[in-house]
Design a protein around this ligand. Structure first.
Ligand code: 13P
Length: 341
C-alpha cells in the first residue's frame, strides 16, 4: 500500500497551540470572508511552516499577489517586487523562501548570490518574461544605438544581463524621467511603455509583450466592475491605454498602497490589478471599501501552503533558484541600479 502523507504531523502536545493558530488566522482572514472552519483546515500547515522556517533559518518573502493564507499566515515580509528585492539584501538570514514568480526570485538571487533562494512552486510562465530573450535585446541595441535599455522586472536574467537598468511598477516613471536620453528602449511590456511615453513625454521604443492578467481587462469588463459612480478607479501601468484614459489614477502597486494609507474613511476604491493585492489592502485598511478586480495571475497562484511546507521540509532541485554565474554577474548591474530609485 502506498501511504500518501499530505498533512503535517502535529504532536498531541501541540494541539493547544493549534487552537491559538486558528484564532490568529481567523483575526486576519475573517475580513476576507474566511470562516473558523476554513482557518481550522489550514492551521496545521501554517503552524508547521512557521515552526520549520524558524528551525531551518528561513525568512519567507511574499509578493502582494500571493493568496491571503500565504500573506497573512506565513510570510515574514510582504511587498511589491521592489520592496522585496530591497529587503532581501538587508536581512541577515542566509535562506529565503520566496513566494512569488520566478523572475522575482531570480532578482533576489542576482543580488544575493550567497543566499539559498527557494520557490515552493515555480511560476515560470509569465507572458511578459516569456516574450523576450537576451538575443532580442542585443538586436534592439543594434537597431537603436545609444538608447538606454530599461527592462521591466518581469524579465528573465538573460534579458536583465543585456539591460542598463531594471525597473518595477513602483519606480519605472522615476527611472524614465531621470534618464538624460529622450529615446529609451523599454522592454517588454508594450502597454506600460506606451503609457509611460504619454506620461513622461519621452520617445519609448517598445516590445510586443503584455501581462495576460492586466491586458485582459477591457472597457466592457471595467464597466461591470464599477459598482458605484463614486468609486475611485486606479489602473496599473500594465493595463491597456484605453483603460488608463478612463480611470482617475494611474500607477504601480506601490502608488496604490500609498493611496490606501491616505484614503478617506468609507471611500470606495477599485484598484485595477491582481486580486491578491486588493485582499491585502482589505485586511490592512478596513476603513476603506475596496472593490474586487477579480484579476488573477495564475503564475503567482502556483504557490500554496502545501508546496511551501514541502519545500521547507525537503526541498527538491526544482525549488532552488540557480543562475549561470556569468549571466548573474552581468544582470547584477541592472538590478542593483534599480535599487537606487
Ligand atoms: P509590482 O511588484 O511592482 O507590484 O508588480 C508586479 C507585477 O508582476 C505586475 O504584473
Amino acid at each position: 500500500m502506498v501511504v500518501v502523507e499530505d498533512t503535517p504531523e502535529i504532536r498531541s502536545e501541540e494541539f493547544g497551540l493549534l487552537e491559538e493558530e486558528v484564532d490568529r488566522l481567523f483575526t486576519k482572514l475573517n475580513p476576507l470572508g474566511w470562516t473558523k472552519t476554513a482557518c481550522e483546515s489550514i492551521a496545521p500547515f501554517t503552524y508547521k511552516i512557521n515552526q520549520l522556517k524558524k528551525e531551518k533559518g528561513f525568512k519567507i518573502l511574499a509578493h502582494s499577489y500571493q493568496t491571503a493564507d500565504i500573506v497573512f499566515g506565513i510570510a515574514d515580509i510582504v511587498g511589491d517586487s521592489l520592496a522585496l528585492a530591497r529587503k532581501a539584501t538587508e536581512i541577515k538570514e542566509k535562506r529565503i523562501l520566496f513566494c512569488g514568480v520566478d523572475f522575482m526570485a531570480e532578482s533576489v538571487k542576482i543580488l544575493n548570490p550567497e543566499k539559498l533562494v527557494l520557490v515552493p512552486a515555480r511560476g515560470r510562465d509569465c507572458t511578459l518574461a516569456d516574450s523576450i530573450t537576451g538575443e532580442d535585446v542585443r538586436k534592439l541595441k543594434e537597431e537603436y544605438p545609444g538608447a538606454p535599455v530599461v527592462c521591466y522586472v518581469n524579465t528573465n536574467a538573460d534579458v536583465k544581463a543585456e539591460s542598463d537598468i531594471c525597473c518595477t511598477s513602483a519606480n519605472a516613471r522615476k527611472i524614465i524621467d531621470s534618464l538624460e536620453e529622450d529615446t529609451i528602449i523599454f522592454i517588454p511590456d508594450e502597454n506600460m511603455g506606451n503609457n509611460l511615453a504619454k506620461i513622461t513625454g519621452k520617445k519609448i521604443i517598445t516590445w510586443p509583450g503584455s501581462c495576460r492578467t492586466h491586458n485582459a481587462l477591457t472597457i466592457k469588463r471595467l464597466e461591470k466592475l464599477i459598482l458605484d459612480d463614486n468609486t475611485k478607479t486606479f489602473a496599473h501601468f500594465e493595463c491597456r491605454p484605453e483603460i488608463i484614459e478612463s480611470v482617475d489614477f494611474v500607477g504601480g502597486t506601490g502608488d496604490m498602497h500609498r493611496y490606501s494609507t491616505n484614503a478617506p474613511k468609507d471611500e470606495k476604491v477599485l484598484f485595477l490589478t491582481e486580486q491578491g493585492f486588493i485582499d491585502r489592502m482589505k485586511v490592512e485598511y478596513p476603513d476603506v471599501q475596496f472593490e474586487d478586480s477579480k484579476m488573477i495571475c495564475i503564475s503567482m497562484k502556483r504557490n500554496d501552503l502545501f508546496s511551501t511546507w514541502k519545500a521547507l521540509e525537503k526541498p527538491t532541485d526544482d525549488n532552488v533558484i540557480e543562475l549561470d554565474e556569468e549571466i548573474r554577474k552581468k544582470a547584477f548591474r541592472a538590478v542593483n541600479n534599480m535599487l537606487k530609485y
